[in-house]
Design a protein. Structure first.
Length: 252
């Protein structure tokens, strides 16, 4: 199987390297910035291109891995007949690829990615969707080169999963950043919080998070809650975040 990557960001980099290491031939890497394409292309022994006119029409699969807002504009410049075209987005519907090919689908790895940190794909769920049963077989075969955890999902289910992932990953990391700001602005180190964060993350690997909620909100400790809100009175935005999250814990 021969694959082309349209995009050279974090997802493309980690998926591309993993497929290359699994024996998949990466023919080309496209980015409008040639230097970006070259960075990934060198790692997967592919040709870097920055002009879609240079795009080969002989590959088996074309993987679009760009920012969600850029998918449609890129698709509008593709005419790949019956070649399989995939995207890696969590929230973009599969049908956006119709304009590029008669065969299309989704390969969405549910993980947070960095350029330099290696990913253990064997632990990563991969949501797949396809325009036909035949395409589905080929998408699943490609996905299995990455992970054994392959799940068929509709575009709507994938959207729900992506929203949940934003809460679980993006929002939680932002809350860590708020905690960092609070302690450091008061002469304390964020390192004091790392064991607490690690223990919480470890717990939810074994039990449901709703079963292990702790803190003053779940205990309905009104005096402590008010004391915390009073401390945050000069930081109205943080005070409101604290109030909303505490009420959400009570409601849930």
């Amino acid at each position: 199987m021969e694959v082309v990557f349209l995009g050279s960001g974090k997802v493309a980099t980690q998926v591309g390297k993993a497929l290359h290491n699994a024996g998949i031939l990466i023919a080309q890497v496209y980015s409008p910035t040639l230097a970006h394409a070259q960075t990934l292309a060198l790692q997967v022994h592919a040709k870097a291109i920055s002009d879609l006119a240079e795009l080969t029409k002989n590959a088996d699969v074309y993987i679009i891995s760009v920012n969600d807002d850029a998918i449609l504009s890129l698709v509008e410049h593709l005419d790949l007949d019956d070649k399989i075209v995939l995207h890696t987005s969590g929230s973009t519907a599969m049908d956006v690829l119709k304009a590029a090919s008669t065969n299309y689908g989704v390969l969405y790895p549910l993980q947070t990615f960095s350029f330099d940190k290696a990913v253990d794909f064997s632990q990563v769920p991969i949501a797949v969707e396809a325009s036909s049963p035949e395409v589905s077989k080929q998408v699943e075969a490609l996905a299995h080169k990455l992970s054994p955890k392959i799940v068929q999902m509709s575009s709507e289910q994938r959207l729900v999963l992506h929203i949940a992932a934003v809460f679980a990953c993006n929002f939680s990391n932002h809350v860590y950043a708020i905690a960092q700001q609070l302690v450091e602005s008061n002469g304390l180190s964020f390192d004091y919080l790392r064991p607490l964060i690690a223990e919480t993350a470890a717990k939810v690997q074994q039990v449901l998070p709703s079963e292990v909620q702790t803190g003053p909100a779940i205990r309905k400790d009104e005096k402590i809650l008010q004391k915390h809100l009073d401390f945050l009175k000069e930081q109205s935005q943080l005070q409101e975040i604290y109030r909303l999250l505490s009420q959400s814990i009570v409601n849930l």
